[in-house]
Each structure stands twice: as structure tokens, then as C-alpha cells.
Design a protein around this ligand. Structure first.
Ligand code: TXA
Ligand code: MG
Length: 346
């Protein structure tokens, strides 16, 4: 084990704070996916994130805060519904898009007058954010952090994934174990006339409606009713680009009812297929099947494992990853969204 792979201790937290203050990058665990963090108030530090990820500079970053009480330092205004969501779900997998304070550097917002804010629910992330805020007080302190993957690739849900993706580009990787949620936060945009979900996540439209009293709009103008999608979307949200979260191996979805037959057909055609199922039965004759993986048929448990599974199947170098299409239910919507993007040609 090298120094940077040792389990996090207070010494490592001090080191992380010192690196952030010096404008360096630190990878940190969150409950959703691992983030690639930098001092959000330092444009040069933020620029390092874009370089390390190979991400276009007009794609805004999410700023992570130690507590909801810090929101007003970054956001110029927060409507009552946004405040209610922060109170209900922070720390947690929810990002709010709000009008930014004038001082917030445009580097972190991709040139926009809005800012994405969230308080992550991971003990190590919260410790780091609190220590960073204490070092900065009374000045505002936030950690800008996109998912710690190369642009357009699968998000990392373990420290080892971060090392595979970005390794030497990062000064320090804090290891907080595998991510609890496993897919990125729900993003709700409050900068326009009506609140709109820009990216579905573990917090669903009905969770939001329960708190705000009204169902949010969905990106693309549709309300949540089963499997609506954001794939027709504006490049304003990189997550809304068609090809995102993509493995290198071509990926296709097949309905549960047709899954086994499709596998058999591909095997007969000599294709080396890696299969990812959640309810379909494994074929009796595995034939030329490269791999068979079954994920739980329950959305939270499925989400926790989806990116690690895609990463593992991608590493096999098969001709195709065939994924059993998820159920057309609201609870599966965020998963369906990520799979649809992974299936889009890059
Ligand atoms: O769960 C998460 O949100 C993870 C963890 C690390 O917190 N972060 C994450 O970051 O997924 P990233 O950069 O991979 O995705 C951030 C998304 C992008 O789609 C970006 O366009 C959107 O948030 N976003 C950030 N600020 C925005 C803004 N001002 N307006 C619209 N979209 C914004
Ligand atoms: Mg990302």
C-alpha cells in the first residue's frame, strides 16, 4: 500500500484541506459517486478540474457545501420551495440550481449566472467540507466537484475506480468505501419560472412533490409518468448529452421478455456478449456468452452496483454489453436514464 492508499485519518483530512487551499485537486467520496474536488472560489483550481477530466469549460460544476446554512453565501436567491427541499433532503443526493451570488467565479458555473449546490451525505465528505470551511471562515468555502471520471465515461463509485480514471492527475484520493447510492444526484433547476428536474436521481419527482406540494417539470417539458426521458435535451447539462456515462464496449438494451432469445440469437451469430440482467433467467447453454451478471431487481440496490458492473463488463472486451431493460416505473427512472445514455453511440 502506498501512502495515498492508506485509510483516511485526520492527518489525511489536514492534507486534503492544505491541498485545497493551495489550489490542488482532491478526490472525495460522496454518497452518490466520487467527486474530483477543488476550491470553488479559486478559478485556477477549478481550471485544473477541467484539464484533468478533459471536460469542456462551458459545462458547469456542482459546488458542495458543509451545511445548508452556507447556501446564502453562494446563492443570491432561493425560493421557498428550494429552501424546503434543502431542509428535507440535505445532506443528500439533491442538487439545487439557483441564481449565483455576484462574487462566485464564472469558471465554476460554466459562464452562467446560476450555480449548482448540494450538501453531500457522506461522513468523510462532510468532515472535509467542515474542516475546509473552518480554515476559510468567515469567507465562503465550497468544494467544486464533478464526478471523478474522464469526460463522458462511467462515474466512479470506489476509490479504485478514481485511480483507474484519473490516477496521477490527482494529488490525493480520499477513500470512503463504495458509494451508498451509486448514481449521481437529482438536479432541480429553480432558476426558471417553474422548478424542473434536469437530471433524475435517487430523489424522485414524487419525493419532491411531497415536500413542495407540486410535481416538478421534467427536462424536455414532460412530467414524471413512467419512463419519460431527458435524452432530447439541451447541452446546458452535460448529463443531458445523449452519449454520457458510456462504456467503451457498445451497449444495447433488450426487454426482459426478449432477453434470453436475443442472447441466444447473438451467440448463434458468433457475437461475444456480456449480459447484465436483473430478472431474466441465465441461459442454460451459455454458448459464446462472455459473462453473465445479475443485479438485484430492486432499484436502490441496482443503482448501487450499476456503474461497477458496467465497468467490470466493459473490461472484458466483449463485442457487446446487452442489458435487460429496467421496468418502466418511476422508481427506476434514474437508472433507465443512465442506461439509455450509456447505450447512445458516442
Ligand atoms: O451526485 C453528484 O451530483 C456528483 C457528486 C460528485 O456530487 N456530481 C456530479 O457532477 O455528478 P457532474 O459534474 O458529473 O455533473 C454535474 C451536473 C452537470 O450535468 C451540470 O451541467 C449540472 O450538474 N449543473 C451544474 N451546475 C449547473 C447550472 N448552474 N445549471 C445547470 N446545470 C448545472
Ligand atoms: Mg459526471
Amino acid at each position: 500500500m502506498t501512502e495515498r492508499e492508506t485509510p483516511p485519518r485526520s492527518g489525511q483530512l489536514h492534507q486534503a484541506v492544505a491541498l485545497l487551499l493551495a489550489g490542488e485537486l482532491v478526490a472525495l467520496p460522496t454518497e452518490t459517486v466520487y467527486g474530483l474536488g477543488a476550491d470553488a472560489a479559486n478559478p485556477e483550481a477549478v481550471a485544473r478540474i477541467y484539464t484533468a477530466k478533459g471536460r469542456p469549460a462551458d459545462h458547469p460544476l456542482i459546488v458542495h457545501l458543509a451545511a445548508a446554512s452556507h447556501l446564502a453565501q453562494w446563492a443570491a436567491e432561493a425560493p421557498p420551495a428550494a429552501r424546503a427541499l434543502a431542509a428535507a433532503f440535505w445532506p443528500g443526493p439533491l442538487t439545487l440550481i439557483l441564481k449565483k451570488q455576484d462574487w462566485v467565479p464564472l469558471a465554476v458555473t460554466g459562464g452562467q449566472d446560476t450555480i449548482g449546490l448540494r450538501v453531500p451525505a457522506h461522513p468523510l465528505a462532510l468532515e472535509l467540507l467542515a474542516a475546509f470551511a473552518a480554515a476559510r471562515a468567515p469567507a465562503p468555502a465550497g468544494i467544486a466537484a464533478p464526478s471523478a471520471n474522464r469526460f463522458g465515461r462511467i462515474s466512479p463509485t470506489t476509490a479504485a475506480h478514481v485511480r483507474e480514471e484519473l490516477g496521477e492527475a490527482i494529488s490525493l484520493i480520499l477513500d470512503g468505501g463504495p458509494c451508498e447510492i451509486g448514481i449521481e444526484s437529482t438536479i432541480v433547476d429553480f432558476s426558471r419560472a417553474a422548478p424542473e428536474i434536469l437530471r433524475p436521481g435517487a430523489i424522485t419527482a414524487s419525493d419532491i412533490a411531497r415536500v413542495t406540494g407540486a410535481p416538478p417539470r421534467l427536462h424536455g417539458g414532460r412530467r414524471e409518468s413512467g419512463m419519460t426521458g431527458a435524452d432530447d435535451a439541451a447541452p446546458r447539462v452535460p448529463g443531458a448529452l445523449a452519449a454520457h456515462y458510456a462504456p467503451r464496449t457498445p451497449l444495447r438494451l433488450a426487454d426482459s421478455a426478449a432477453f434470453s432469445a436475443e442472447l441466444a440469437r447473438l451467440a448463434r451469430a458468433g457475437q461475444r456478449v456480456a449480459a447484465l440482467a436483473h430478472s431474466a433467467a441465465a441461459p442454460r447453454d451459455a454458448g459464446s456468452l462472455s459473462a453473465w451478471r445479475a443485479l438485484p431487481a430492486e432499484p436502490a440496490a441496482y443503482a448501487r452496483q450499476i456503474y461497477a458492473s458496467l465497468r467490470a463488463l466493459d473490461a472484458l472486451g466483449a463485442d457487446l454489453i446487452l442489458v435487460e431493460a429496467p421496468p418502466e416505473l418511476p422508481a427506476w427512472r434514474a437508472i433507465a436514464d443512465r442506461l439509455r445514455r450509456a447505450a447512445a453511440p458516442s
